[in-house]
Structures are given as C-alpha cells and as structure tokens.
Design a protein around this ligand. Structure first.
Ligand code: FES
Length: 211
C-alpha cells in the first residue's frame, strides 16, 4: 500500500509506503530533512507544511502538540519524524526554507560542542558514555555493510546482534502513540536478517574450527 508524495519546493514526486514515517519516505526520495534531536520529538527541525492529504497521515502526536503551536498546526505543519503515512492518497508537502548555508553535520557539531561545554563534569562523563553506545551501534553498522571483512560465523553473530541493537534503538525513538503498531519495512536499505543472533561462544568456536 502506497501514498503518492509531492514535494513542491524540490519539485520531486514519488511513492511513500504506508506505515513509514514521513521523514524516511522523504529522504528515500532525496528530500533533505533535518533531525536535530535525533527524531525524539524534542525540536522542530523536521517540520514541514502538509498542503493537502493530511488525512493520509497519522494524528498529531503529543510531541507535535508540544513542539508546534496551535497556529502552526492549523497551517498544516507536521513533524516528519512523528507523522506516519496511514492511507493511500496524494500528500503534498512544502519543506521549510533552510535557515543557514552551513552543512548539517557542521551545525550539529557546533551545537553539540556548545551544549557539551556547558555541562557539569558529571553529566559530561555520562554523555561520553552515551556516545560510546552510539559508536558501538555504528561499529555494528559497519560490520553489517562489510560482510567480507571478517569470517563467517562471527560476522553472523555480530550482524544479528547489530541488527537487534539498531532495531531496539529505532523502536525506542518511535512516538508513544505508535509503539504498539507495526512499522513499514524499509525494503531498499534493510539488509537480510539472520533468523536469530547465535550464541557468541558457539560463533567463536565455529570460527576457530573453520580457520
Ligand atoms: S527530529 Fe526533532 S522532532 Fe523530529
């Protein structure tokens, strides 16, 4: 089941799978949308104006009600990390003008550095520990995308564990309103999932036997 998405500013049209978030569907079509808070519903960097077809999107979440004033919501603004495609039809979207020319990653780095500098020492330490977890997740992604860099069983194990880690992370960021609902598969990007993550000891043992 699919909806047709039209982005007026970019003059781009394409298909959005029912069950996917507007931010994912937009990016898949090459439309850049920021996500400064990491899709947690804590900012408005991912906001767009839905000019028509709002009925094919999920109801505004609590986060949208908190982040967007009544006036902005009345004008059709939605947070794309919160708005899920729920029906087949045409959705016309107007992205907001980018406020600055700096590349997104530079802007995020600057903001992060400022925020980090202002933290007391204790919070700096816990922030660094969170970053360690992110690095771990990125390492798994690298392994997932590099199937030939390590031997068979071990890669299988790490891939299984990495996929679970990424899925848990994505699930944790879903709006409370959508936690119980299934989300659309991401056919273009999602690697094939192993049936279940094997036990690490078994994987290492098998790896040793093979070598
Ligand atoms: S990315 Fe911050 S609310 Fe969507």
């Amino acid at each position: 089941m699919e909806a047709e998405l039209k982005f007026e500013r970019e003059n781009i049209s394409g298909i959005g799978v029912v069950g996917s978030y507007l931010i994912d569907a937009s990016r898949r079509l090459g439309v850049e949308i920021f996500d400064d808070c990491g899709r947690l519903g804590l900012c408005d960097s991912c906001a767009v104006t839905v000019k028509s077809g709002a009925e094919f999107l999920s109801e505004p979440t609590k986060a949208e009600i908190e982040q967007l004033s009544e006036e902005r919501r009345a004008n059709g603004e939605r947070l794309t990390c919160q708005a899920k495609i729920v029906g087949e039809g045409e959705i016309v979207v107007l992205t907001h003008e980018k406020k600055e020319e700096k590349p997104h990653h530079e802007r995020v780095n600057e903001e992060f550095r400022k925020e980090f500098d202002a933290l007391p020492l204790e919070q700096k330490v816990s922030r660094l520990m969170e970053l360690e977890a992110v690095t771990l997740s990125e390492t798994f992604s690298f392994i997932l995308n590099s199937p030939y860099t390590l031997g068979g069983k071990l890669v299988e194990f790490l891939s299984g564990f990495g996929l679970k880690f990424e899925k848990d992370d994505k699930d944790a960021k879903r709006p409370d309103e959508h936690k119980e609902e299934p989300t659309a598969e991401e056919p273009e990007n999602e690697p094939e999932k192993p049936a279940a993550a094997p036990d690490l000891d078994e994987a290492v043992e098998a790896e040793e036997k093979e070598s």
